[in-house]
Ligand binder design. Structure first.
Ligand SMILES: Nc1nc2c(c(=O)[nH]1)N[C@H]1C(S)=C(S)[C@@H](COP(=O)(O)O)O[C@H]1N2
Ligand SMILES: [Mo]
Length: 276
């Protein structure tokens, strides 16, 4: 079992074969009570309460689009087939707060290998569960292009750091964190890490995504963590750690959220001073 008081952090990450993290694991109570899950509420402190009315039933995840082996998976069958492992990742929200959390899950690359994308597949598009009765904010925000969708290039989706998570702190994923299965892309802003996924499709063109469609000047498709490119309304040079204090510790934001060595080769040729 993972515990926030275990250290040193680099050795811990090493044990899980993940790149070293340079700071302590966030206390579980903060990671599970300060959540962005807009289908439920815009208020991060309220999401945990609102999800109480949502019963996560038997889960199916459709894998379809441009692939040789489309299939709708029952979640237990899928996780059994994939196997799971623990990963400790830094996580950085576009709103300039961050945490370090231990996920349980499997590499998205494994599922992609199984689906066998066709040569013309260049992207993956993912869609969140949507239930207006259980998710009160969907009706309240009719201007949002629901359901929540996100996307990655196929190369990003195949990167070994890209995870489909089914657990957090050694337990099944809490509803507020995107039960029962969500994406985790640690070098991108948190909004790319789509929760409660019901569909994954291979596409030939860049998929539309909720945030990019709603505010393209603020939320890019790539959305790689970059301290040198500010959000139009705030600086991205530093971040507040989720530590429960009224004046949270501020730390410098790292290029690609500290995963530059691992992912920079995905972006050769891109001008990293620009907004994408
Ligand atoms: N379906 C869905 N996925 C989502 C969101 C959301 O509102 N709906 N919010 C995103 C944002 S902005 C962040 S920062 C992370 C938050 O994940 P956490 O609550 O586990 O910290 O989830 C992302 N995935
Ligand atoms: Mo976020």
């Amino acid at each position: 079992m993972l515990h926030a008081s275990v250290g040193p952090w680099s050795a811990l990450a090493d044990a899980f074969k993940t790149p070293p993290v340079d700071r302590p694991v966030t206390d579980e109570k903060y990671a599970t009570s300060y959540n962005n899950f807009y289908e439920f509420s815009l208020d991060k402190d309220e999401v945990k309460k609102k999800v109480e009315a949502w019963t996560v039933g038997p889960w199916k995840m459709e894998v379809s689009g441009l692939c040789a082996n489309p299939k709708t998976w029952e979640l237990p069958e899928l996780t059994k087939m994939m196997g799971t492992e623990e990963r400790i990742y830094r996580f950085r929200c576009v709103e300039a707060w961050s945490m370090v959390v231990p996920w349980t899950g499997f590499q998205l690359s494994k599922l992609i290998d199984l689906a066998r994308p066709k040569p013309e597949a260049k992207y993956v598009r993912m869609t969140s569960f949507m239930d207006k009765a259980a998710m009160p904010n969907i009706t309240r925000q009719p201007q949002y292009p629901w359901p929540y969708t996100e996307g990655l290039t196929l190369a990003e989706a195949r990167h070994p750091l890209t995870l489909l998570a089914t657990g957090l702190y050694g337990k099944p994923l809490p509803r507020q964190n995107g039960a029962p299965i969500r994406l985790v892309v640690p070098w991108k802003y948190g909004f790319k890490s789509i929760k409660s996924i019901v569909k994954l499709e291979f596409t030939s063109t860049e998929p539309k995504t909720l945030w990019n469609e709603l505010a393209p000047a603020e939320y890019g498709f790539y959305a790689n963590v970059n301290p040198g490119v500010d959000h139009p309304r705030w600086s991205q040079a530093s971040e507040r750690t989720l530590d429960g204090s009224f004046f949270p510790k501020k730390i410098p934001t790292l290029m690609f959220n500290g995963y530059e060595k691992e992912v920079a080769s995905l972006y050769t040729g891109l001008d990293l001073k620009k907004f994408y």
